[in-house]
Design a protein around this ligand. Structure first.
Ligand SMILES: [Zn+2]
Ligand SMILES: [Zn+2]
Length: 209
């Protein structure tokens, strides 16, 4: 006796799939020769750490796999972009700035496709994990390298909408027949509220005016 759901939004089938031709730059692998490991979010911070208080801007972007929430996804072919400022302090590196990424998803009312850009302001620390007094809140500083990817991933997840709408005025779907009320009308749209039906009856039976 399970209620039958209207045929919408209950599976990932409706999600737009990236086209094969998307993201040629990602696949061609033409990365800067100085970063042969092709990990765009790894940053060398040895020079920064030589003098506390040194600041450097870092603009990094690249794809991050499997980035999404319940009803929204950052497409695999799209880049996550970081505009960050790194500052050294005696315990490590402070990272501030903005992380953003495009997302696609399904409208929570009508199941239609929705897209947008997640943006998050960050202010985080990177610190060495060795030693007794490790900074529990910090991302790891390993050797003289930090990896901005986990920071960017966390920031984007915070910036993604939990339940996106295609439009603030989205009319959703008819709960009876599943018609999309933004584009279609259906026979069940006439209100069959029993209270109105009772009023109609009273009116019919009342004296003519
Ligand atoms: Zn909608
Ligand atoms: Zn209907």
């Amino acid at each position: 006796m399970a209620p039958v759901e209207p045929p919408v939004a209950s599976s990932a089938e409706g999600l737009p799939q990236p086209e094969d031709h998307a993201g040629p730059d990602v696949r061609r692998g033409q990365m800067d020769a100085s970063r042969p490991d092709r990990r765009p979010f790894r940053v060398q911070v040895a020079a920064l750490r030589k003098q506390n208080g040194t600041t450097r801007d870092e603009h990094r972007s690249g794809p991050i796999a499997d980035l999404g929430a319940v009803s929204v996804t950052v497409p695999a072919a799209e880049d996550v972009t970081c505009d960050l400022t790194l500052t050294s302090f005696p315990g490590g590196i402070t990272v501030t700035g903005q992380v953003r990424a495009p997302w696609v998803g399904e409208c929570r009312r009508c199941g239609g496709s929705v897209e947008g850009t997640a943006m998050a302001e960050v202010r985080e620390h990177y610190a060495p994990k060795e030693g007794k007094v490790g900074d529990e809140e910090a991302y790891p500083l390993v050797g003289d390298e930090i990896d901005l990817e986990p920071l960017a991933r966390d920031a984007v997840l915070l910036g993604l909408p939990l339940a996106p709408l295609c439009d603030a005025d989205c009319q959703g779907l008819c709960p009876t027949c599943g018609a999309n009320r933004n584009t279609d009308t259906c026979a069940c749209e006439a209100p069959l509220d029993p209270r109105w039906a009772a009023l109609d009856t009273l009116r019919d039976e009342g004296p003519p005016t």
